[in-house]
Design a protein around this ligand. Sequence first.
Ligand code: NAP
Length: 256
Amino acid sequence: MQGKTLFVSGGTRGIGKAIVYAFAEKGADVAFTYASSADTANEIITDVESKFGVKCRAYKLNILEPLTYKDVYKEFDADFDRLDYFISNAIISGRAVVGGFGPFMRLKPRGLDNIWTATVDAFVVGAQEAAKRMELTGGGSIISMSSTGNLVFTPNYAGHGTNKAAVETMVKYAAAELGVKGIRVNAVSGGPIDTDALKAFPNYEEVKEEVAKRSPLSRMGEVTDLTGACLFLCQQEASWLTGQTIVVDGGTTFTS
Ligand SMILES: NC(=O)c1ccc[n+]([C@@H]2O[C@H](COP(=O)([O-])OP(=O)(O)OC[C@H]3O[C@@H](n4cnc5c(N)ncnc54)[C@H](OP(=O)(O)O)[C@@H]3O)[C@@H](O)[C@H]2O)c1
């Protein structure tokens, strides 16, 4: 991936951070976003540049205001002269998901709307801006992170699960229209992965134990478990793969 550039949203923690390191290890220059963890972002930049000898930069982004992606991309343009891979990964949690994360009878339009904005709208604007840059160099690969919470009942996950189903459909529409520009668009759908987002579940320990029990591989997912599918989707070997969702779930969807 030398000479190529990745832009991933939410690179300070969890799956996004693992993606930053996986692509940098393959020689790609990496741009990522953060919401509040500016210090962590700077530490990651220093570490990635010294470990892998690639260029790494980070930009502040709030996915609850998706149109601000346009300004972030202007900052990106000042640092990088090409974009090959875009991964829409960032996700909201905490207060922003109140009314969207919980049992069905407690769902409220405001929380649900926030999850739609952060999941679907942010993917759309981030991918549109990515596509404008990718077509200048003949194409690229766009990925939305998704989760099996739209395939398997997951307590409190109605808001996220529904929006992951929506973003997977948006991925197919984007793929259908961007193929002509040499741009492939896919989703990577993870089963439960041990991250801060999952630790926010009130029944985190129970979920962890249950997932390990359900998985034929007898363990919960680690953040690095989704990076292989992302790398694959960005390589020549995946050159006829578009409009798909790759499920990486340790076998848990079938055994649920
Ligand atoms: N965890 C799972 O079980 C699991 C399973 C399958 C798929 N996924 C998907 O994988 C992706 C990453 O999940 P994760 O578990 O790695 O998440 P995470 O650990 O909670 O990390 C979230 C990332 O998003 C950023 N972020 C938070 N609020 C934001 C905002 N308002 N605007 C912009 N960025 C914001 C955070 O930046 P700061 O550090 O600056 O706050 C952080 O980099 C998500 O799309 C998620 O749905 C997760």
